[in-house]
Design a protein around this ligand. Structure first.
Ligand code: HEM
Ligand code: HEM
Length: 403
C-alpha cells in the first residue's frame, strides 16, 4: 500500500473534517475515501476519557464504530472497530477490516498537546461500505452522511491491548454529518489527509446540535439498592428483633429487605444486558447473587413457617435454628458479593470506601447485638430465669411477642 500524503489545508484536499470541542479538548475526526472502498481516517481526542469513539449512522443500532482507548502501556492506543445492534456495548468485529496506518503524521499513540494527553491515530479501512445497517452504511455519494460520536467517563483508563476490552457507557454522545462526495475520489493521488492547522476547524461537515450528557445510572442504582438491603436493612431487622423484641417489626423490615433485593436483582439483570462481559449472566458475581436471592426466599419462608409452628406448639423448632444461623450467613454472603460487584464493574477502588462503610456498620451491629446478649444474660442471672426463657428470647420466640 502506498503511504497517504499529508498536506495542509492550503492545498485542495479531498477530505472532510469534523471538530467538536469538549470541556477537555477537541475531538477531531477527518476522513478521505477512495471510490474503490478504501477509507483513510484520523481520530484525535482527549485521553482523559476512558474511551472515545466515532461511528457511522445517526444511532447506535447499525453503526460501524471506531473506538480508541489506552493500550497496555501508558502511551499506546488501541483501535477497537466494533459493530452495534442497539443501546448496549458494541462488540469488536473481525469483519471490520480496519487497522492503524503506519507512516502518517498522526503517531498512533497518546500525544501531548498543550498539557493535555490526546489519543491520536491514522486508520486505514477496506471494504467497510458493506457493513452496518440503515443509515449506518457508509455511502460515498451521500453529501450528508450521518455519523455519531461519544466519549466514555473520565474513570480509570482501560489500559488494554485487547480490541474487545470492556468499555463503560458514554458520558456523552452526539451526531454530525460529513459530505462524503467532497471526501471521496477515484485516485490515490487525490487522497490527502489534513494535518496541522487544518485539523482545527470543521470542513465539509457539521454538528447536529450539541452533545447529550449521559452516563451509567443503572450500575449505581443496582449497587445502591443491593448494598442498602444487605448492609442496612437486613442488619436493622436483626437489631429490631432484639431491641423491640418484636417478631412483627423483624418480619416487616426483612420483608422490605427482600423486596428491595428483588428490585435490585431486577435492575442487575437489566444492567447485565448492557455490557458484553455480563450479558450471558455467568460471572461469579451474578450467579452467587442469584443463588443468594433464592436462599433469601427460602430464609423468609423458613422464618415464617417456624413462627407459625411456634405459635401453635409454643416451643422452638429446627426451622428456627436454621433461620437463626442462615440469616447472618446470607448477610455476609451479600456483603461479599458487593466487593465482587465493584471488581466486576472494573471499579475496585470503590471497595476501599465500601470496605470502610461495611467495617463501621459491622462494628455497630455487633456491638449492639453483643450488648443486648450480655444484658439479657445479666437479666437472667438477676432474675434467675430459666435457660429455656433465655434461649427463646434470643431465638426471637419470646412468648409475649407473638401477636
Ligand atoms: C458500553 C457501551 C455503551 C452502552 C451501554 C450504550 C448505551 C446507550 C443507551 C442506553 C443509549 C440511549 C440513551 C437515551 O436515550 O437516553 C445510547 C445512545 C447513544 N449512544 Fe450508546 N452505548 C454504548 C456505547 C456507545 C458508543 C461506543 C457510541 C459511539 C461511538 C455510542 C453512541 C451513542 C449515540 C450517538 C446515541 C444516541 C443515538 C441512539 O439513541 O442510538 N454509544 N447508548
Ligand atoms: C447480593 C447480591 C448483589 C450485590 C450486593 C450486588 C452488588 C453490586 C455492586 C456493588 C456492583 C458495582 C456497581 C458499580 O460499580 O456501578 C455490582 C455490579 C454488577 N452487578 Fe451486582 N450485586 C448483586 C447481585 C447481582 C445479580 C443477581 C446480578 C445479575 C444477575 C448482578 C449484576 C451486576 C452487573 C452486570 C454488574 C456490573 C455492571 C458493570 O459492568 O458495570 N448483580 N453489583
Amino acid at each position: 500500500m502506498r503511504a497517504v500524503a499529508a498536506v495542509s489545508q492550503a492545498t485542495n484536499i479531498n477530505a472532510s473534517t469534523f471538530v467538536y470541542s469538549t470541556s477537555h479538548g477537541n475531538i477531531t475526526y477527518a476522513l478521505s475515501a477512495m471510490t474503490t472502498g478504501d477509507v483513510y481516517m484520523h481520530l484525535r481526542a482527549p485521553a482523559v476519557y476512558q474511551w472515545v469513539g466515532v461511528g457511522t449512522g445517526s444511532e447506535m443500532d447499525g453503526s460501524v464504530m471506531f473506538i480508541l482507548y489506552e493500550g497496555a502501556d501508558k502511551n499506546s492506543v488501541t483501535l477497537s472497530p466494533r459493530l452495534s445492534d442497539g443501546h448496549s456495548e458494541p462488540s469488536f468485529s473481525n469483519d471490520i477490516d480496519c487497522a492503524l496506518q503506519n507512516g502518517t503524521a498522526y503517531k498512533n499513540s497518546i500525544v501531548q498537546m498543550s498539557n493535555t494527553r490526546y489519543y491520536s491515530v491514522g486508520v486505514h479501512c477496506k471494504n467497510i461500505t458493506a457493513l452496518g445497517k440503515g443509515d449506518g452504511k457508509l455511502e460515498f455519494t451521500n453529501a450528508k452522511q450521518p455519523f455519531l460520536y461519544a466519549w466514555g467517563p473520565t474513570d480509570e483508563s482501560i489500559s488494554s491491548a485487547s480490541k474487545s476490552a470492556s468499555i463503560k457507557r458514554h458520558e456523552a454522545y452526539g451526531n454530525f454529518w460529513m459530505d462524503m462526495t467532497a471526501a471521496t475520489s477515484p485516485d490515490l493521488e487525490d487522497i490527502a489527509m489534513p494535518t496541522g492547522a487544518a485539523l482545527l476547524s470543521t470542513k465539509n461537515a457539521g454538528a447536529d446540535g450539541q452533545a447529550e450528557s449521559d452516563g451509567d445510572k443503572v450500575g449505581p442504582a443496582h449497587a445502591a439498592i443491593m448494598l442498602a438491603a444487605y448492609v442496612i436493612i437486613f442488619p436493622l431487622g436483626a437489631i429490631l428483633l432484639r431491641y423491640l423484641e418484636s417478631v412483627k417489626a423483624h418480619y416487616i423490615v426483612q420483608t422490605i429487605g427482600l423486596l428491595a433485593t428483588v428490585i435490585g436483582v431486577g435492575v442487575g439483570i437489566y444492567l447485565s444486558m448492557m455490557y458484553n462481559h455480563s450479558k450471558d449472566i455467568s460471572s461469579g458475581h451474578q450467579v452467587f447473587g442469584l443463588v443468594l436471592l433464592a436462599l433469601l426466599f427460602a430464609q423468609w419462608a423458613i422464618g415464617f413457617y417456624h413462627h407459625l409452628r411456634f405459635r401453635k406448639y409454643g416451643r422452638t423448632t429446627i426451622f428456627g435454628k436454621v433461620h437463626l444461623y442462615a440469616g447472618p450467613a446470607l448477610v455476609v454472603g451479600g456483603i461479599i458479593n458487593g466487593f465482587t460487584g465493584f471488581n466486576f464493574s472494573s471499579e475496585p477502588h470503590n471497595n476501599v470506601y465500601y470496605g470502610a462503610a461495611v467495617a463501621v456498620v459491622l462494628v455497630i451491629v455487633l456491638a449492639l447485638l453483643g450488648w443486648k446478649k450480655w444484658s439479657n444474660k445479666r437479666a437472667k442471672r438477676d432474675r434467675t430465669l430459666s435457660d429455656e426463657w433465655l434461649y427463646e428470647s434470643y431465638a426471637m420466640n419470646e412468648a409475649s411477642n407473638h401477636q
